[in-house]
Design a protein around this ligand. Structure first.
Ligand SMILES: C[S@@+](CC[C@H](N)C(=O)[O-])C[C@H]1O[C@@H](n2cnc3c(N)ncnc32)[C@H](O)[C@@H]1O
Length: 269
């Protein structure tokens, strides 16, 4: 889809607009994502990599789905996100139990020392250049305790192929769509634009082609080589790279032909 999407404009601005619009629907769009299972699998990986302690910084925490299972496990959590509306949704779930801050991950403040910093469910793909990725990783590094670990996932090309065809999610008679705006093959390292929207459910007596609550998402695909170079420049050592498909289980080796996500684990170099 390179060339059909304007490459100007910093990622954070696009992301903020997209998630301010999507916030009220985000949990419905992602109702099929099993965060309890996924975070348990990620913790198994992190424990193998030497995780100690229970202080989490969740970068791009959104509505809180990526930190709620950790809270239930007794972790102390700080969450941050560029979208105030996403954080409002999170706040309704946890009141004062979690410190929630509006922050752009490209200019991440130091919120403290954390045993684990993570950015889950393709939050990092909303950065639209390797420079933005490097700035975000450097900010995450500055929040790590001396033995702290960083984990994040990025979408593999397979996901953008699915979006190009259109992905429908149905929940309680409601229908949600992810739809790429340009057809064709997505090249490694390119930008991809897709819409998220709802269409009338059966029985509403409205045209199924009507699009409601449309949000426009721009993501950049990052190749493994780009991520590894950005980690290195940000002063981080990559410990391991995993591939994950829709079953939510990280496995090695990463294989772009079968995996929808790459999962990176790193620590300060
Ligand atoms: C797909 S959502 C994932 C939310 C949450 N981590 C989860 O797993 O449900 C991506 C999140 O990243 C946030 N985000 C995107 N770009 C950002 C940036 N530059 N700084 C901080 N947050 C950002 C969005 O606002 C959104 O809440």
């Amino acid at each position: 889809m390179t060339g059909e999407v304007a490459t100007t404009g910093p990622g954070g601005d696009w992301a903020e607009r997209a998630f301010e619009a999507m916030a009220p629907l985000y949990d419905d769009f992602t109702a099929h994502h099993e965060y309890e299972f996924w975070t348990a699998e990620l913790l198994k990986v992190l424990e193998r990599e030497g995780l100690t302690g229970r202080r989490l910084l969740d970068v791009g925490c959104g509505t809180g789905k990526s930190f709620l299972p950790m809270l239930q496990r007794g972790w102390r959590v700080v969450g941050c996100d560029i979208s105030p509306a996403m954080l409002d949704q999170a706040r309704q779930k946890v009141d004062d139990a979690v410190r929630l801050e509006i922050a752009d991950m490209r200019e991440l403040p130091c919120f403290g020392e954390f045993d684990l910093v993570w950015a889950l469910d393709d939050a990092v793909n909303y950065l639209l250049s390797v420079e933005e990725l490097e700035a975000a990783l450097a900010g995450m590094r500055s929040n790590l305790a001396p033995s702290g670990l960083l984990l994040f996932d990025v979408n593999e090309l397979l996901v953008y192929g699915f979006y190009a065809e259109g992905v429908e999610v149905e929940r309680d008679g409601r229908r949600f769509f992810f739809q790429g705006t340009a057809g064709g093959k997505v090249e490694p390292g390119s930008l991809c634009e897709f819409l998220c929207y709802e269409t009338p459910g059966e029985g509403e007596g409205r045209s199924a082609s009507e699009r409601r609550n449309v949000s426009v998402h721009r993501q950049r695909h990052f190749t493994e080589a780009e991520v590894l170079a950005a980690l290195d420049r940000a002063g981080l050592e990559c410990l391991n790279v995993y591939g994950q498909s829709t079953d939510g289980i990280p496995r090695q080796p990463l294989d772009g032909a079968v995996h929808t996500k790459a999962v990176y684990v790193a620590r300060a170099a």
